[in-house]
Design a protein around this ligand. Structure first.
Ligand code: ZN
Length: 314
């Protein structure tokens, strides 16, 4: 237990600006005293060994369109206009994903989000940055200014983890000026209070884990509201919603509902990983760049497979 607390403390220290200067030496010392293992293959090494880092990079280097098969997504912006023009096809909000939620990607995401491995963040940041740049250039046309809106995280989760995973990833990219040109981050949407959420909060809270697509939709429907700051100023700007994992799209849909009600134009969403759609619809995702390569088979990862999909989002 004390070791776990110590590790968590160290992970928190990594977020401190001073870490960049002394962190490397400290980490080397730490790994000598307490050998750590790769979160994917469990080989005694760093949190992510060189081989698995390479697999992760290959699996997220070609962003692709992932909206088809995520049946909880809202309509694309302007879809109603198209319907008026005679089209009768539901056109979902475009989503750009860095990779598929499988193998190294899922293990790294889970370790980063739920097990304090914030040192894996830099690989996930690279994946997210690639997807953001892809979405910026393919979805947003010529709009000079684009607002990145992360889906909200529960305060209780942030307190338990000691950090907000999405904010940590986006904040790091902003600090290093690796966000696409003309983009700013705004926490424009937050979780609101609703009586029905009280029960789920008591029982562990608004987790989407284990819910089907309809359950997920019900679970998040009406759960969010606009931040007071944007209600005061209005928010009629083009937005990209940012989330870590796309499952059914229910969380993105709820975020889009709030943004659109506040006057925003939601041009799409960006995720690090997209889960395969039920009945394999996701297999036919539209590749933005043709030729997505499946990562080579990775090392055994039984430990992570047991954890399974554990996104708090949709
Ligand atoms: Zn490994």
């Amino acid at each position: 237990m004390w070791l776990e607390n110590l590790e968590r403390g160290l992970d928190r220290a990594r977020l401190h600006p001073l870490w960049d200067r002394v962190g490397g030496a400290l980490q080397e010392f730490w790994s000598l005293v307490f050998p750590t293992e790769c979160v994917v293959c469990e080989r005694a090494d760093s949190s992510l060994c060189v081989d698995c880092a390479a697999v992760l990079r290959r699996a997220t280097v070609r962003p692709f369109r992932a909206e088809h098969g995520a049946e909880g997504l809202p309509e694309a912006e302007g879809a109603r206009t198209a319907a008026g023009a005679g089209y009768d096809v539901f056109s979902p909000l475009p989503v750009v994903a860095a990779g598929h939620y499988a193998k190294a990607v899922s293990a790294a995401l889970l370790a980063f989000k739920n097990h304090g491995h914030t040192d894996i963040g830099r690989w996930l940041q690279a994946a997210l940055a690639g997807a953001l740049h892809e979405a910026r250039s393919t979805l947003c046309g010529e709009s000079a200014e684009l607002v990145l809106v992360p889906v909200p995280t529960r305060g209780a989760s942030v307190r338990r983890r000691g950090y907000d995973p999405l904010a940590l990833l986006l904040g790091g990219l902003a600090k290093r000026r690796e966000l696409p040109a003309g983009t700013t981050i705004a926490t424009a949407v937050r979780l609101g209070y609703r009586p029905s959420s009280l029960l789920t909060l008591v029982s562990g809270g608004l987790s989407q884990k284990g819910l089907g697509s309809q359950g997920r939709r019900r679970n998040v429907s009406g759960s969010m509201e606009a931040s007071p700051a944007i209600l005061d100023t209005g928010f009629n700007r083009p937005c990209l919603i940012v989330d870590d994992v796309l499952t059914t799209g229910a969380t993105i849909s709820e975020t889009a509902r709030v943004l659109r009600a506040a006057g925003a134009v939601v041009v799409g969403a960006v995720v690090i990983a997209a889960t395969p759609a039920p009945n394999g619809v996701g297999e036919t995702t539209t590749a933005v760049v043709p030729g997505i390569r499946e990562p080579p088979p990775s090392q055994p990862m039984e430990k992570n497979r047991r954890v399974g999909v554990n996104s708090n989002n949709g």
